[in-house]
Ligand binder design. Structure first.
Ligand code: SF4
Length: 243
């Protein structure tokens, strides 16, 4: 790996604190095969969009933030779906490791193959979306079956990669107790899962959809109040504890 492989990137965030352990340099990759109804980054969907960078160029940018990373921080690959450009992602993580920079993958887990498995060999931490626990909802509101992220979770388990499961709570879709019970059951089944975290559905992205001329399927759905989210998180934690 010589750092010359190129990847298409939508944007960078220099000091992220919500995208993995510690302080992160976040790389939002271009391209995603899914079409989640709640997606807040529709500008990343088109694999031919964004700008091309070499892995070496990206790691050089990340290195400028190294002093802020501390013990746990580092580079997070988000998107879009970083698994779509797994070879570039592997090269970037390889260069990060060589420079003592931690690597985190923020993914929908929708692609499991040899290339993505190799990427996991260079991944220190994973943020994995389990968008719904019902297969029909998964297909309708994300664009793949639930078996895809579960297969990916199986690879994370096999490689003992510490993982945080995340789910965006959307009123009327996945805010019921049954969903929380099933999510707790998934979290409990895999020893690599160190936490299951619920996130609030937000509509800050509405203007992006308007600008792109794309319909936002959840435009008329209410945002999830923080109070509701906190209550659901407590319930989920309780179910996990009881397992
Ligand atoms: S996987 Fe992520 S980037 Fe892709 S459509 Fe879903 S939310 Fe958007």
């Amino acid at each position: 790996m010589n750092g010359c492989t190129t990847g298409r990137i939508s944007s960078f965030q220099t000091l992220g604190t919500l995208d993995g352990p510690g302080v992160r340099f976040v790389v939002f990759m271009q391209g995603c095969p899914l079409r989640c109804a709640c997606c807040h980054n529709p500008e990343t969907w088109d694999i031919s969009g964004g700008k091309e960078y070499t892995a070496q160029e990206v790691v050089s940018r990340a290195e400028r933030c190294k002093e802020y990373f501390g013990e746990n921080g580092g580079v997070t690959l988000s998107g879009g779906e970083p698994l779509m450009q797994a070879e570039f992602a592997s090269e970037l993580f390889y260069l990060c490791r060589k420079r003592g920079i931690g690597t985190c993958l923020d993914t929908s887990g929708c692609i499991s193959n040899g290339r993505t498995e190799r990427l996991l060999e260079l991944t220190d931490y994973c943020l994995l979306d389990i968008k719904y626990t019902d297969d029909a909802q998964y297909r309708k509101y994300a664009g793949c079956g639930i078996s895809a992220p579960l297969e990916f979770l199986g690879m994370l388990e096999k490689k003992h990669i510490p993982t945080r499961i995340r789910q965006v709570i959307i009123g009327g879709l996945n805010d019921g107790e049954d969903n929380l019970k099933r999510l707790a059951e998934i979290a409990g089944r895999y020893s690599c899962v160190e936490r299951a975290e619920l996130l609030a559905f937000r509509k800050l992205c509405t203007s992006k959809y308007k600008k792109l001329g794309i319909e936002f399927p959840l435009e008329n759905t209410a945002e999830t109040p923080q109070k509701t989210l906190d209550k659901l998180q407590r319930t989920l934690d309780m179910y996990i504890k009881k397992l």
